[in-house]
Design a protein around this ligand. Structure first.
Ligand SMILES: [Zn+2]
Length: 100
C-alpha cells in the first residue's frame, strides 16, 4: 500500500478517491472522519491509499492532473496572493478586484 494523496479538505480527498476508483484503481481511505471532531484541531488529515503499488505511477499522474484541474478553477489575488474561487469577482481576503 502507498499513500497517494492527503489533504486537510475531506471533500478534496473524497474527490481524488472517486476519480481513482473511476479509473479502475483499488484504493482505501484513512482517517476519513478524523477532522469531524467538533471544534478540535485534528492531528490527521484524511488519506487516500493505493492498494497495489504496481500502478503507483499511473495513479500519481491522475492525482497530479486532478490537482492541476483544481488550481485552474481558482485565481490568485494580485494584492495578497490568496487563492480565490473562480466564482468570486473580488478577493475574499482583501476585496481586491479579480484582474485575471
Ligand atoms: Zn486579496
Amino acid at each position: 500500500m502507498k499513500l497517494i494523496y492527503t489533504n486537510e479538505n475531506r471533500i478534496m480527498v473524497l474527490n481524488v478517491k472517486n476519480v481513482l476508483i473511476g479509473h479502475g484503481f483499488e484504493v482505501a481511505l484513512n482517517n476519513e472522519f478524523a477532522s469531524g471532531a467538533a471544534g478540535s484541531l485534528a492531528p490527521f488529515w484524511p488519506e487516500v491509499w493505493l492498494l497495489k503499488d504496481d500502478n503507483l505511477e499511473e495513479a500519481l499522474k491522475i492525482v497530479e492532473s486532478f490537482d492541476t484541474d483544481i488550481s485552474s478553477i481558482t485565481w490568485q489575488c494580485d494584492q495578497c496572493f490568496e487563492d480565490n474561487d473562480q466564482t468570486f469577482d473580488y478577493c475574499w481576503n482583501c476585496n481586491a478586484e479579480n484582474s485575471q
